[in-house]
Design a protein around this ligand. Sequence first.
Ligand code: HAM
Length: 423
Amino acid sequence: MPSSIIQAIRGMKDILPTEMLYWHYLETTVRTVLESYGYQEIRTPLLEKTELFCRSIGEVTDIVEKEMYTFLDRNGESLTLRPEGTASCVRAGVENGLFHSQIQRLWYMGPMFRYERPQKGRYRQFHQIGVEVYGLATPDIDAEVIAMSHRFWHHLGLKNITLQINSLGSNQARIIYRQQLIDYFSAHYNALDEDSQRRLQTNPLRILDSKNPTMQTLLSAAPKLLDCLDIESKEHFEQLRLLLTEMQIPYEINPCLVRGLDYYNRTVFEWITQDLGAQGTICAGGRYDQLVEQIGKKPTPAFGFALGVERLIALLQQETINLPNNSPHAYLIIVGDASTRHGLRLAENLRSQLPQLRLLTHCGGGSFKNQFKRADKSGAQIALVLGEDELQKQEITIKYLRTDQPQICVAQTDLADYLKPFI
Ligand code: HAM
């Protein structure tokens, strides 16, 4: 009896060749913008010691409490598949001395893992492109980083994405605010849903993030963090707003924007679309000035964000975007055993002469008719035919697959020159 088919793990999906066009478009566009702002790529391992995430993301966050893929390795050490990139980036920077009196503008791209309830736009393995800047405490960098993310959407051809900002202030301001929230929500304890009742003592700020419609009136009447800000954070926020206005980047202030990770202070922001349903946040981040000190030694201010690649791809798929064509320029049809050896050599020579040429060589034999069908299906512009006749005359017959032009014969020695205009 055949064994059952093994399927991918729930919440983890294959990215098929047809989707890759979008991925490459996104990656190339974003990379070009990042390089134009002077960012350098960093790659860190997918696995880190569990303690790294507990210490940075926060013990009482959803991620650490219930979403991490954690296991003991063969040595009994607790390891975790990274749920995000910021903690690893800080760890790598500290470990490799990247922060010694230096400003670093870093970016990374890759899979992240969270054991969340899968739904459209929410996966257990998903990809982020992340950006982190170290060594700058002033709001000009907050503004520049946000402007860069704004430029991503423009270059990608995406519209209707709105920017929400907020300030979480200093640690001291948040301690005062936390107590105000506990007092307020305790007075309305019965109006809180189960999740929020649980969060009341552990992480009351996260209650503000609740999407539960029955709690929205309660949330909008809650004390505002912006009213508790320390003077420096207030000034920082005012400066950021001024700079965003100066750069003509529209924004909304969302006093309930608190983020799901504990390392933030002062500026936080999210880019949101209405076109993806419930999972509309496509990019999010903020300032995290204490994290480097928490993981390493020397205090180093930091600011960054990550965008959700799958969500952006879903948006791109809804738009009419001119994706770069990656189908072959030419398809080499080889008819007859005698032609095979010569055909493969000819193809290799063409590739050496024209490194940009996308040439698909027919392998596996078969009649001319079948090969021609495949050539057509491949999306190539032209078919290069090498049969017994062409072999003898040292020629190639060129058939046009997308136009009515009559076929022609070209000397094999002239073929590279002939193909140049097709590339
Ligand atoms: P985050 O808000 O947890 O922040 O994730 C950033 C983005 O990743 C989200 O806005 C969303 O687009 C995408 N994302 C998150 N979870 C999933 C999921 N399960 N499925 C699909 N997409 C998802 C961070 O991770 C911070 N490290 C960002 C940051 C960098 N802050 C400072 N520097």
